[in-house]
Design a protein around this ligand. Structure first.
Ligand code: 13P
Ligand code: SF4
Length: 312
């Protein structure tokens, strides 16, 4: 159990008031950050909160592309993140220059580009629309029927959306280094230890793992799904931070982390770079700050706004 200094918490709350800041945290953040945040949620919920906040400062506890999305949607705000090095393997798998070159090389396809929100502002600027795991099915269903679709950067989420919608898409070959660590064997083993437990997996998992799940959904949907499902035991096949959110909000149930072949649960090293100390420092110094050229921001905003409109 982590012991958290109450002085540190008070310092963060004081700074938050002084700065007129809002603290937004992703479901994969360490428990003390989730506890101190004003809002904890998935990428879609966090984007909505970032777009509508009246605070002067957004302290975004997540990874870099999430802070960037907040700045894209609400450019007059100061957006700070606890650690500038908190990246994402999915985002890294699709550099904007590579995507631009691919689109040029395949110009005859006239691709409609659908980008998972786990990508850089440069990729968002090249995309027609953004999706999250929470709205991907709906947005792909709404895509123009006469266009070829290129889905970037997550091949697993893309494949899951194809299964759900029946729509064929060309997939960029990126993946999340955390979610591909869950294997058929590791999930079979934990299922054998907890017969009768309901398996809930994130769509970034591989096809072999998704096949073993009773439900595949975004991290936010996991909360309502587990609340409404009458079962008591749930195996949660996603990053370990999710377990804190579930235990806090869905009481009286037993949440078991999905294991990998090596570990009893899976941590995202990028999400776990953020600490309470770094959160305090970013509120105190208003650094590190997310900045980007206005021309790039405005181009990226079009595809993110289209996502928000389509998921209302
Ligand atoms: P969610 O939008 O479902 O929270 O997923 C974000 C993410 O990074 C999953 O690895
Ligand atoms: Fe990126 Fe995977 Fe970490 Fe999510 S869990 S932020 S997709 S590396």
């Amino acid at each position: 159990m982590t012991i958290v200094s109450t002085d540190l918490i008070s310092e963060i709350l004081d700074l938050k008031r002084q700065r007129n800041a809002v603290i937004l945290a992703h479901n994969y953040q360490i428990s003390p950050i989730q506890e101190v945040a004003d809002y904890v949620g998935d990428s879609l919920g966090l984007s909505r909160k970032a777009a509508e906040t009246g605070a002067d400062v957004i302290a975004f506890c997540g990874v870099h592309f999430m802070g960037e999305t907040a700045k894209i949607l609400n450019p007059s705000k100061t957006v700070v993140i606890p650690d500038m090095d908190a990246g994402c393997s999915l985002s890294d798998s699709c550099p904007p220059e590579k995507l631009a070159a691919f689109l040029e090389e395949h110009a005859e396809k006239n691709y409609y580009v659908i980008a998972y929100i786990n990508c850089s502002a440069g990729v968002k600027a090249l995309a027609d629309v953004i999706v999250t795991s929470g709205n991907a099915v709906r947005i792909v269903e709404a895509a123009p029927a006469d266009r070829n679709i290129l889905f970037v950067p997550d091949q697993n989420l893309g494949a899951w959306v194809m299964e759900r919608t029946g729509r064929t898409m060309d997939l960029w070959r990126g993946s999340c280094y955390v979610h591909v660590e869950f294997t058929r064997d590791s999930i079979h083993r934990i299922k054998a230890e907890h017969p009768g437990a309901v398996v809930v997996a994130h769509p970034e998992c591989t096809h072999a793992v998704r096949l073993l799940a009773d439900e595949v959904c975004s991290t936010e949907k996991m909360v309502s799904y587990c609340r409404e499902n009458p079962a008591r035991d749930f195996i949660i096949v996603t990053e370990s931070g999710m377990l804190h959110r579930l235990r806090r909000e869905v009481t009286g149930k037993n949440f078991i982390p999905g294991p990998t072949d090596q570990c009893a649960c899976a941590d995202c090293r990028y999400m776990k770079m953020n600490t309470l100390e770094k959160l305090r420092d970013c509120l105190a110094n208003l650094e590190p700050r997310i900045e980007m050229p206005e021309e790039l921001r405005a181009r990226a905003e079009r595809s993110v706004r289209r996502m928000l409109e389509l998921s209302e």
